[in-house]
Design a binder for this molecule. Structure first.
Ligand SMILES: C[S@@+](CC[C@H](N)C(=O)[O-])C[C@H]1O[C@@H](n2cnc3c(N)ncnc32)[C@H](O)[C@@H]1O
Length: 209
Protein backbone atom coordinates (compact mmCIF):
# COMPACT_ATOMS: atom_id res chain seq x y z
CA UNK A 1 0.00 0.00 0.00
CA UNK A 2 1.68 3.21 -1.24
CA UNK A 3 0.51 5.50 1.60
CA UNK A 4 1.38 3.04 4.34
CA UNK A 5 4.93 2.76 3.00
CA UNK A 6 5.22 6.54 2.78
CA UNK A 7 4.55 7.11 6.52
CA UNK A 8 6.29 3.95 7.75
CA UNK A 9 9.70 5.25 6.64
CA UNK A 10 9.48 8.05 9.22
CA UNK A 11 8.33 6.06 12.26
CA UNK A 12 11.57 6.28 14.22
CA UNK A 13 12.04 10.06 14.17
CA UNK A 14 8.64 11.41 13.12
CA UNK A 15 8.33 13.85 16.04
CA UNK A 16 11.79 15.33 15.37
CA UNK A 17 11.03 15.70 11.66
CA UNK A 18 7.74 17.47 12.41
CA UNK A 19 9.47 19.79 14.84
CA UNK A 20 11.90 20.77 12.07
CA UNK A 21 9.07 21.35 9.55
CA UNK A 22 6.64 23.22 11.82
CA UNK A 23 8.80 24.59 14.60
CA UNK A 24 8.72 24.09 18.35
CA UNK A 25 6.51 27.07 19.11
CA UNK A 26 3.58 26.07 16.92
CA UNK A 27 3.81 22.43 17.97
CA UNK A 28 3.61 23.67 21.56
CA UNK A 29 0.47 25.69 20.72
CA UNK A 30 -1.19 22.47 19.52
CA UNK A 31 0.06 20.51 22.54
CA UNK A 32 -1.40 23.16 24.86
CA UNK A 33 -4.80 22.96 23.17
CA UNK A 34 -4.79 19.17 23.49
CA UNK A 35 -3.67 19.33 27.10
CA UNK A 36 -6.64 21.65 27.73
CA UNK A 37 -9.15 18.89 26.84
CA UNK A 38 -10.81 17.37 29.89
CA UNK A 39 -12.64 14.17 30.90
CA UNK A 40 -12.02 12.28 27.67
CA UNK A 41 -13.17 8.92 29.05
CA UNK A 42 -12.62 5.84 26.85
CA UNK A 43 -10.64 7.30 23.95
CA UNK A 44 -9.64 6.15 20.46
CA UNK A 45 -6.89 7.93 18.54
CA UNK A 46 -6.69 7.28 14.77
CA UNK A 47 -3.45 7.82 12.83
CA UNK A 48 -1.42 8.21 16.04
CA UNK A 49 1.92 8.19 14.19
CA UNK A 50 4.71 7.62 16.69
CA UNK A 51 2.60 8.75 19.65
CA UNK A 52 3.58 12.43 19.94
CA UNK A 53 0.12 13.52 21.07
CA UNK A 54 -1.12 10.24 22.56
CA UNK A 55 0.84 10.74 25.77
CA UNK A 56 -0.63 14.23 26.29
CA UNK A 57 -4.23 13.19 25.65
CA UNK A 58 -4.00 9.95 27.63
CA UNK A 59 -3.46 11.99 30.82
CA UNK A 60 -7.07 13.18 30.47
CA UNK A 61 -8.53 9.82 29.44
CA UNK A 62 -9.61 6.51 30.91
CA UNK A 63 -8.45 3.69 28.66
CA UNK A 64 -6.66 5.19 25.63
CA UNK A 65 -6.38 3.22 22.36
CA UNK A 66 -3.70 4.70 20.08
CA UNK A 67 -3.98 3.27 16.54
CA UNK A 68 -2.34 3.64 13.14
CA UNK A 69 -2.37 1.58 9.94
CA UNK A 70 1.41 1.58 9.62
CA UNK A 71 2.96 -1.42 11.37
CA UNK A 72 6.20 0.57 11.94
CA UNK A 73 4.32 3.47 13.55
CA UNK A 74 2.48 1.00 15.81
CA UNK A 75 5.71 -0.70 16.90
CA UNK A 76 7.46 2.62 17.55
CA UNK A 77 4.49 4.02 19.51
CA UNK A 78 4.27 0.84 21.56
CA UNK A 79 7.91 1.27 22.53
CA UNK A 80 7.69 5.02 23.19
CA UNK A 81 4.44 4.77 25.18
CA UNK A 82 5.32 1.66 27.19
CA UNK A 83 5.41 3.61 30.48
CA UNK A 84 1.87 4.93 30.06
CA UNK A 85 -0.25 2.25 31.68
CA UNK A 86 -3.64 3.38 30.31
CA UNK A 87 -2.43 3.39 26.68
CA UNK A 88 -2.85 0.41 24.38
CA UNK A 89 -1.41 0.61 20.83
CA UNK A 90 -2.82 -1.35 17.92
CA UNK A 91 -3.09 -1.43 14.15
CA UNK A 92 -6.28 -0.06 12.60
CA UNK A 93 -7.34 1.39 9.27
CA UNK A 94 -9.43 4.45 10.06
CA UNK A 95 -11.62 3.71 7.02
CA UNK A 96 -12.68 0.30 8.35
CA UNK A 97 -12.40 0.07 12.13
CA UNK A 98 -12.64 -3.24 13.99
CA UNK A 99 -14.50 -1.71 16.97
CA UNK A 100 -18.22 -2.11 17.58
CA UNK A 101 -20.87 0.61 17.56
CA UNK A 102 -20.81 3.09 20.48
CA UNK A 103 -17.47 1.89 21.92
CA UNK A 104 -15.83 5.23 22.80
CA UNK A 105 -16.53 8.51 24.60
CA UNK A 106 -13.92 10.43 22.58
CA UNK A 107 -12.20 10.01 19.23
CA UNK A 108 -9.09 11.93 18.19
CA UNK A 109 -7.56 12.58 14.74
CA UNK A 110 -4.38 14.65 14.68
CA UNK A 111 -2.93 15.39 11.26
CA UNK A 112 -4.99 12.63 9.70
CA UNK A 113 -8.00 14.24 8.02
CA UNK A 114 -5.86 16.05 5.42
CA UNK A 115 -3.73 13.01 4.50
CA UNK A 116 -6.42 10.38 3.85
CA UNK A 117 -8.13 9.94 0.51
CA UNK A 118 -11.65 9.45 1.90
CA UNK A 119 -12.07 11.67 5.00
CA UNK A 120 -15.85 11.28 4.82
CA UNK A 121 -15.48 7.50 5.32
CA UNK A 122 -13.23 8.02 8.35
CA UNK A 123 -15.79 10.43 9.83
CA UNK A 124 -18.61 7.94 9.22
CA UNK A 125 -16.56 5.29 11.06
CA UNK A 126 -15.87 7.80 13.85
CA UNK A 127 -19.60 8.45 14.20
CA UNK A 128 -20.29 4.69 14.32
CA UNK A 129 -17.78 3.87 17.09
CA UNK A 130 -18.58 6.94 19.22
CA UNK A 131 -21.28 6.78 21.86
CA UNK A 132 -24.24 9.13 21.26
CA UNK A 133 -23.10 12.56 22.48
CA UNK A 134 -19.46 11.43 22.24
CA UNK A 135 -16.75 13.90 21.33
CA UNK A 136 -14.44 14.14 18.32
CA UNK A 137 -11.23 16.20 18.57
CA UNK A 138 -9.56 17.04 15.26
CA UNK A 139 -6.37 18.95 14.52
CA UNK A 140 -4.68 19.28 11.12
CA UNK A 141 -1.88 21.47 9.87
CA UNK A 142 -2.89 23.75 7.01
CA UNK A 143 -1.24 26.40 4.88
CA UNK A 144 -4.45 28.48 5.14
CA UNK A 145 -3.80 31.85 6.77
CA UNK A 146 0.00 31.57 6.63
CA UNK A 147 2.11 34.49 5.44
CA UNK A 148 3.91 34.10 2.08
CA UNK A 149 7.41 33.55 3.49
CA UNK A 150 6.28 31.28 6.33
CA UNK A 151 4.34 29.16 3.84
CA UNK A 152 7.22 28.93 1.35
CA UNK A 153 9.64 28.03 4.18
CA UNK A 154 7.36 25.34 5.56
CA UNK A 155 6.75 23.77 2.14
CA UNK A 156 10.51 23.74 1.50
CA UNK A 157 11.22 22.08 4.88
CA UNK A 158 8.38 19.58 4.32
CA UNK A 159 9.65 18.50 0.89
CA UNK A 160 13.23 18.32 2.17
CA UNK A 161 12.13 16.13 5.08
CA UNK A 162 9.40 13.94 3.62
CA UNK A 163 9.56 14.31 -0.17
CA UNK A 164 6.38 14.63 -2.20
CA UNK A 165 3.30 13.34 -0.35
CA UNK A 166 1.29 10.52 -1.94
CA UNK A 167 -2.10 11.43 -3.42
CA UNK A 168 -3.30 14.94 -4.11
CA UNK A 169 -1.43 16.74 -1.30
CA UNK A 170 -4.46 19.03 -1.06
CA UNK A 171 -4.74 21.84 1.48
CA UNK A 172 -7.56 21.40 3.98
CA UNK A 173 -9.24 24.68 4.92
CA UNK A 174 -11.15 25.41 8.12
CA UNK A 175 -14.34 25.92 6.11
CA UNK A 176 -13.99 22.60 4.26
CA UNK A 177 -13.22 20.79 7.52
CA UNK A 178 -16.29 22.31 9.23
CA UNK A 179 -18.43 21.28 6.29
CA UNK A 180 -17.13 17.68 6.44
CA UNK A 181 -17.76 17.43 10.18
CA UNK A 182 -21.29 18.80 9.98
CA UNK A 183 -22.14 16.66 6.94
CA UNK A 184 -21.04 13.60 8.93
CA UNK A 185 -23.64 14.50 11.59
CA UNK A 186 -21.43 16.14 14.24
CA UNK A 187 -22.36 19.36 16.02
CA UNK A 188 -19.40 21.75 16.22
CA UNK A 189 -18.52 23.00 19.70
CA UNK A 190 -15.30 24.77 18.76
CA UNK A 191 -13.53 25.32 15.44
CA UNK A 192 -10.66 27.70 14.81
CA UNK A 193 -7.27 28.24 13.23
CA UNK A 194 -4.55 28.16 15.88
CA UNK A 195 -0.78 28.67 15.66
CA UNK A 196 1.42 31.61 14.78
CA UNK A 197 3.73 31.17 11.78
CA UNK A 198 2.26 27.76 10.97
CA UNK A 199 -1.48 27.23 11.21
CA UNK A 200 -3.48 24.35 12.58
CA UNK A 201 -7.19 23.63 12.14
CA UNK A 202 -8.53 22.75 15.59
CA UNK A 203 -12.05 21.42 16.08
CA UNK A 204 -14.13 19.81 18.79
CA UNK A 205 -17.56 18.42 17.90
CA UNK A 206 -20.23 16.18 19.38
CA UNK A 207 -21.76 13.08 17.79
CA UNK A 208 -25.43 13.90 17.48
CA UNK A 209 -26.09 10.45 15.99
C1 LIG B 1 0.76 13.06 9.14
S1 LIG B 1 0.91 11.58 10.09
C2 LIG B 1 0.33 12.16 11.68
C3 LIG B 1 0.76 11.30 12.84
C4 LIG B 1 0.41 11.85 14.22
N1 LIG B 1 -1.02 11.93 14.42
C5 LIG B 1 1.06 13.20 14.43
O1 LIG B 1 0.40 14.23 14.20
O2 LIG B 1 2.23 13.24 14.84
C6 LIG B 1 -0.44 10.63 9.52
C7 LIG B 1 -0.53 9.27 10.16
O3 LIG B 1 -1.75 8.67 9.75
C8 LIG B 1 -1.50 7.32 9.42
N2 LIG B 1 -2.53 6.92 8.44
C9 LIG B 1 -2.64 7.29 7.15
N3 LIG B 1 -3.72 6.73 6.59
C10 LIG B 1 -4.31 5.98 7.56
C11 LIG B 1 -5.46 5.14 7.61
N4 LIG B 1 -6.21 4.93 6.53
N5 LIG B 1 -5.78 4.55 8.79
C12 LIG B 1 -5.02 4.74 9.89
N6 LIG B 1 -3.90 5.50 9.91
C13 LIG B 1 -3.56 6.12 8.76
C14 LIG B 1 -0.07 7.28 8.89
O4 LIG B 1 0.51 6.01 9.01
C15 LIG B 1 0.60 8.33 9.76
O5 LIG B 1 1.16 7.75 10.91
Amino acid sequence: MEKEMYWSRFAEDFEARNTYVVGDKDLQVLKNYLAGQKNLGQTLELGCGNGTYSKILAKKAGKFMATDFSEEMVLTSRFRLADHKNICVSRENCLDLSFGKSSFDTLVMINLLHVISHPEKALAEAMRVLKPGGRIVIASFTTQGMGFFSKAGMIYRYLRTYGRPPGSGRTLTLEAARDMIETAGFRLEDSRLIGNRCKIIFMVALAEG
